[in-house]
Design a protein around this ligand. Structure first.
Ligand code: 26Q
Length: 823
């Protein structure tokens, strides 16, 4: 180490080497000679963590003593991805770590590969939370992320006989070096029981809740460092435990197994992430999970407030709580309960504080994806909260009646309780009523939120509605995922400031016509494609040609995302080649990736179809020079980082009006892929930003799709009137892809022909025409390269730093708090 430098915090090569060897010895208990790859990874992780902790402890101290206004991000999901590489980048020691490893005779790349990612999320929403945590630190905004420490994250996907098979994700098996257990930070969470009135010591009549079951939540903290800042925020995840691991009374009465059973019951609450990105009816454990983490988090904020600031009157000045969708919406009611029942506040004051504290982000317009819970389940599990919801609703509906005299239909629509054969609590309405700001995640989405989904609410409170278009962190999705591209950009711009100020990528435009730069750009893409080819060969045994166009659709499987539209295109290409009509084609590798919810039959059938079509095409020597189909199993954050850099074409083909934003679209574009897409979600803004001439647009607009739906959509007319479409669907039904089984894919094809809720057939022709333009463009490599450069140069808006700054300024009203690095 340099003189005066501490081995555990110093950033020199010597300090890193020394600390690495110390951690290997003192934590892993190994000499260099006998260390396993996992030992080496753990030592590297602890070495990195030592440096994080310095910033984190300092940040916590400053935030505490300066009473900094703090953002509390509440999310049921954090899809974090591997920590080691991003932390090295954010500490500014990736290069040094490489050199240090080399001198120790180690391969840093292999060590990075060892890390198992925490997959505590399903897809977009969970990944957004992870990007936001990183950008909050980078933008130096004091923040705490609250969530659940699931013991099992999103399942690992294997493909067997073409079908998705789910394997449990035991991510904690080998230990988690990034978290710090906080056994002293524990809160009690109740369930069930009854409510009652009682007289308090001043003779006032009050309500209270006597839960039947009480469990504990214990905090596990993970530091999240910003890019080259000394600011580190806190991600605090809760694990559920029994209140005491032994029920002595049960033990004494001889019910040993009963006592153990109770502790197992409590621990199931944080056991597993629900692998659906849509609510399933009646899942009691899911409601328990939501209340569990929300209650711990709100209690923690109250504790922090009382410890640092003082009386709860100023709670809304100290904290702003952002709800990541409705999953944590119960926090509104929990804060009310604690203020009223535990802190003896008046309703008016409690509501004023609560309402000024909360903000809510909506992530979906699909009616089936809006959360509701049956009143009877609520009553059984959270009786006091149901009472409070009724009272919030009573006061709210009086306000509605006053504003819209005699409009009882409106009162019904806006009520927090849906009346019907079964009464249900509408979590979205609760979130809107309980928040001072509501936002969508892309311009189009926010417009539809305001004019369709929550129109009644926007009539009442127009100023409550906002837009904040999503973004993604360039540290992970450019610097870590694509070091070659990042180095080329840094060399070309002459600086690396673009990593913290992504709009600076615009400087690349000055070089777009430079033939030398174009050649380097192509070489970078080609190298990434070769890496992917090699990895795909190892993991799936599918051989891809790096010269071909890498056409990628990677995202959760959903009918609205229309993976089947892409399959129809693949089948069309196949038929064209078989018929010798190759004039409009370029060689392509069709690459798919994504998981399906285990109970979503149609999505799983789409995966089977892709693999079935791939098996036939990849084994047909007549077409192999032209097309290949690859399904990349287990699409997660780690694998996505291999995919984005290698993509030439990004498929963003959802039916317009259905994809709230999309964020994969941004990650592809940042890595120089061109987009073929509909006017949906953030595609609209990406196209505006990169220029219409650098984007392949097709399909109906949201308005046209809606109009079609209203006037009556008849998919079979498209099937009957377009011979190519008919022939593509008929080929699926012929049994060619299913060893003669003509029924296997019927549920899919029948649904397309007879119902087609996401209008695949209506957009089919436009999609194929657009794909022809894609092929023509790809043949002109120079033109394609220019378009690719423009995509990167103009994508700066889609950094999550920009999104966070917008939240900070327009929604949260919070200022950065700069932590000075102390040496
Ligand atoms: C709810 C209740 C019960 C069980 C599960 C759920 C649940 C879980 C996850 C509901 C929804 C989700 C995830 C939704 C999601 O990922 N939405 C995506 O959010 C992205 C970030 O804003 C957007 O870019 C995507 O457009 C949107 O689909």
């Amino acid at each position: 180490p340099r003189t005066g430098e501490h081995t555990r915090t110093g950033l020199s090569k010597a300090a890193l080497k020394q600390d690495f060897l110390d951690n290997l010895f003192y934590i892993q208990g190994r000499f260099r000679e006998v260390a396993s790859p996992h030992d080496l990874y753990m030592a590297a992780a602890f070495t990195t963590r030592d440096r994080l902790l310095k910033h984190w402890v300092e940040s916590a101290q400053v935030f505490k003593t300066s009473h900094a206004r703090t953002v509390c991000y509440l999310s049921a999901e954090y899809l974090l991805g591997p920590h080691l590489a991003t932390n090295l980048v954010n500490l500014g020691i990736m290069e040094t770590a490489h050199e240090a490893s080399k001198e120790l005779g180690l391969d840093l790349e292999a060590i990075l590969e060892e890390e198992e990612e925490p997959g505590l999320g399903n897809g977009g929403l969970g990944r957004l939370a992870a990007c936001f945590m990183e950008s909050l630190s980078t933008c130096q905004i004091p923040a705490i992320g609250y969530g659940i420490r699931y013991e099992f994250g999103i399942f690992d996907q294997a493909i067997e006989d073409g079908w998705q098979v789910e394997k449990t994700d035991n991510w904690l098996r080998n230990g988690n070096p990034w978290e710090i257990p906080r056994p002293r930070i524990r809160f009690a969470v109740g369930y069930g029981g009854y409510t009652e009135s009682y007289r308090d010591e001043r003779g006032q009549t009050r309500r209270r809740w006597q839960p039947a079951l009480v469990i504990n939540g214990m905090a596990y903290d993970t530091p999240i460092l910003g890019y080259r800042t000394a600011n580190a925020n806190l991600l605090r995840l809760w694990k559920a435990e029994a209140t005491c691991s032994f029920d002595f009374q049960a033990f004494n009465t001889g019910d040993y197994y009963g006592a153990v059973h109770a502790s197992i019951q409590a621990e199931t609450i944080s056991k597993v992430l629900y692998p659906n990105d849509e609510p399933e009816a009646g899942k009691e454990l899911r409601l328990k999970q939501q209340y569990f983490f929300v209650s711990c988090s709100v209690q923690d904020m109250i504790r922090l407030h009382l410890n640092t600031v003082g009386p709860l009157e100023t709670f809304a000045e100290k904290f702003v709580i952002q709800l990541n969708d409705t999953h944590p919406a119960l926090a509104v009611v929990e804060l009310m309960r604690l203020l009223l029942d535990e802190h003896a506040m008046s309703w008016e004051q409690a509501w004023d504080i609560t309402h000024r504290t909360f903000c809510y982000t909506n992530h979906t317009l699909l009616p089936e994806a809006l959360e509701t819970w049956s009143v009877s389940l609520f009553e059984r599990l959270l009786p006091r909260h149901l009472e409070l919801i009724y009272e919030i609703n009573r006061r709210f509906l009086d306000e509605v009646r006053m504003r819209f005299l005699g409009d009882e239909a409106r009162v019904w629509r806006m009520s927090l309780i849906a009346e019907g054969s079964e009464r249900r609590v509408r979590m979205a309405n609760l979130a809107v009523v309980g928040s001072r700001a509501v936002n969508g995640v892309a311009k189009l989405h926010s417009k539809l939120v305001k004019t369709m989904l929550f129109k009644d609410f926007a009539d009442l409170w127009p100023d409550r509605f906002h837009n904040v278009t999503n973004g993604v962190t360039p540290r992970r999705f450019m610097v870590v995922a694509n070091p070659r591209l990042s180095k080329l950009i840094t060399r070309t711009c002459g600086h690396d400031h673009w990593i913290r100020d992504l709009e600076l990528l615009r400087e690349l435009e000055a070089h777009v016509d430079d033939a030398g730069f174009q050649a380097e750009w192509r070489a970078v893409k080609y190298a990434a494609k070769r890496d992917l080819v090699e990895w795909m060969q190892q993991t799936t045994d599918i051989r891809l040609d790096p010269e071909s166009l890498f056409d990628v659709q990677a995202k959760r499987f959903h009918e609205y995302k229309r993976q089947h539209l892409k399959v129809l295109h693949v089948i069309r290409c196949y038929q064209q080649i078989k018929q010798g009509q190759t004039q409009d084609l370029v060689p392509r590798a069709f690459i798919f990736g994504g998981k399906a919810a285990p109970g979503y039959f149609m999505a799983k059938l789409m995966i089977k179809l892709i693999n079935a079509v791939g098996a036939v095409i990849n084994n047909d020597p007549q077409v192999n020079g032209w097309i290949r189909v690859a399904f990349l199993p287990n699409f997660n954050v780690k694998n996505s980082q291999r995919l984005y850099p290698a993509a030439d074409l990004s498929e963003q083909i959802s039916l317009a009006g259905k994809e709230a934003s999309g964020t994969g679209n941004m990650k592809f574009s940042m890595n120089g892929a061109l987009t073929i897409g509909t006017l949906d979600g953030a595609n609209v803004e990406i196209r505006e930003a990169v220029g219409a001439e650098n984007f392949f647009l097709f399909g109906m607009t949201a308005e046209e799709a809606l109009q079609r739906q209203i006037t009556g959509y008849r998919p079979w007319e498209f099937y009957q009137n377009d011979p190519e479409l008919k022939s593509d669907i008929d080929l699926i039904n012929s049994g060619l892809f299913s060893h003669g089984d003509t029924q296997l894919f019927r549920p899919l094809t029948d649904n397309l022909i007879n119902h087609d809720p996401f209008m695949v057939l209506a957009d089919y022709r436009a999609y194929l025409d657009c794909q022809k333009t894609v092929s023509d463009t790809y043949k002109d490599r120079e033109r394609w390269t220019r378009m690719s450069i423009f995509n990167v140069a103009r994508i700066g808006r889609f950094s999550s730093d920009r999104a966070i700054r917008e939240y900070a300024e327009h929604i949260w009203k919070v200022e950065p708090r700069v932590i000075d690095p102390v040496t």
